[in-house]
Design a protein around this ligand. Structure first.
Ligand SMILES: *Cc1c(COP(=O)(O)O)cnc(C)c1O
Length: 344
């Protein structure tokens, strides 16, 4: 299952999903009905699982779009069964078991009985059975205990799609794959655990802007809101057309770097909504229009999502999902887009 929730981790939902479909995804995982509906309206026919819970008033729309729903209890399933029978079409469900995440799912000791009752509801077609790991990236003991809690249920329901592993569970090589894994972050080329660099994953995304203005500023002056940075020496400053309005964290103020002409350049002062000030004193020949890489490679340098995450006290997942709606996405080497170009 290719997890494409949150705008395909910021990469752009529809274009990314089309490509993943062509290169072999069997299922898509999304958070909610709205994301599933966008995929269906774009003509995507692949199976789609809603990983979140669905409100009673959203069930009909989900069913009409042919989305598979996650249910965590018989009561929830019964509501959906009523909707399905009113529509006259079976609705697919994946029954979720809580083995320690404590979010959705039926607490595992009761799950077998609950599942048996759900399987008798005539309007539903139970397709899947699943659980979610809480700490696959850093707690092997807990992950193994969670697997142990769900394994008998998986074994007793071999006719269903059984799935547990997210990216960290896959890349940490637990082998808890059952018959499907739900990969998000790793699919976008980022190792969930810094110890897994040997996997050789390559980030799919580069986030860039350009130098929109250049100036020299004298020592002693300050830059940006709050005057949090005072120049100790004369510097050449580049104004970059990017800000927290694009999803670049304000926490990166005076804390991060961007790449210009293959060199790391420090951010000076506060990140503002639409503009960021970079010190390009060490970049000879810097010009208006130069490419500025906030995330990704330029020349021999690279700024990783992990680096940005550490500076903003978050995780690589949030760096990616935060790339905003204002940022245009361009896709290179996508088979689906080449085919489209060839047709037109
Ligand atoms: C987001 C999500 C995933 C994917 O997680 P990654 O760590 O990005 O692979 C898998 N399963 C569920 C239930 C999720 O919500």
């Amino acid at each position: 299952m290719a997890v494409v929730k949150a705008n395909a981790y910021g990469h752009g939902l529809v274009a990314t999903a089309r490509e993943l479909e062509v290169i072999g995804a069997d299922w898509f995982g999304v958070a909610n009905v709205a994301e599933g509906a966008v995929l269906r309206e774009a003509g995507i026919m692949l199976s789609i699982l809603l990983l979140g819970a669905t409100l009673p008033e959203e069930m009909e729309e989900a069913a009409r779009h042919g989305l598979a729903l996650t249910v965590s209890s018989f009561d929830e399933a019964k509501l959906l069964d009523r909707v399905a029978r009113a529509l006259g079409e079976p609705v697919e469900v994946h029954f979720k078991v809580d083995t320690g995440m404590g979010r959705l799912g039926c607490w595992h000791p009761r799950a077998g009985m609950e599942l048996a009752r759900i399987r008798r509801l005539p309007g539903l077609m139970v397709r899947g059975l699943w659980t979610h790991f809480a700490s696959a990236d850093d707690d092997a003991r807990m992950t193994k205990a969670q697997w142990k809690a769900v394994a008998p249920l998986f074994a007793a329901n071999r006719d269903l799609l059984c799935h547990a592993a997210n990216s960290p569970a896959v890349t940490r090589r637990y082998g808890f794959h059952a018959n499907m894994v739900r990969a998000g972050l790793a699919l976008y080329g980022i190792a969930p655990n810094p110890a897994d660099q040997s996997l050789g994953l390559e980030p799919a995304l580069t986030w860039k802007s350009r130098v929109s203005f250049l100036r020299a500023v004298e020592a002693g002056r300050t830059v940006s809101y709050g005057a949090t940075y005072r120049l100790p020496t004369r510097q050449r400053l580049a104004i970059v057309a990017m800000g927290y309005g694009d999803g670049y964290f304000r926490l990166h103020s005076n804390a991060s770097e961007m790449l210009v002409r293959g060199k790391r350049c420090p951010i000076r002062g506060r990140v503002t909504m639409d503009q960021i000030i970079l010190d390009v004193s060490k970049v000879p020949g810097c010009r208006v229009g130069d490419e500025v890489v906030a995330l990704g490679r330029q020349g021999r340098e690279e700024i990783t999502a992990r680096e940005l995450a550490a500076q903003a006290r978050t995780i690589p997942w949030e760096i990616l999902t935060n790339v905003g709606a204002r940022v245009p996405r361009f896709y290179k080497n996508f088979r689906t887009l080449k085919e489209k170009a060839a047709l037109s």
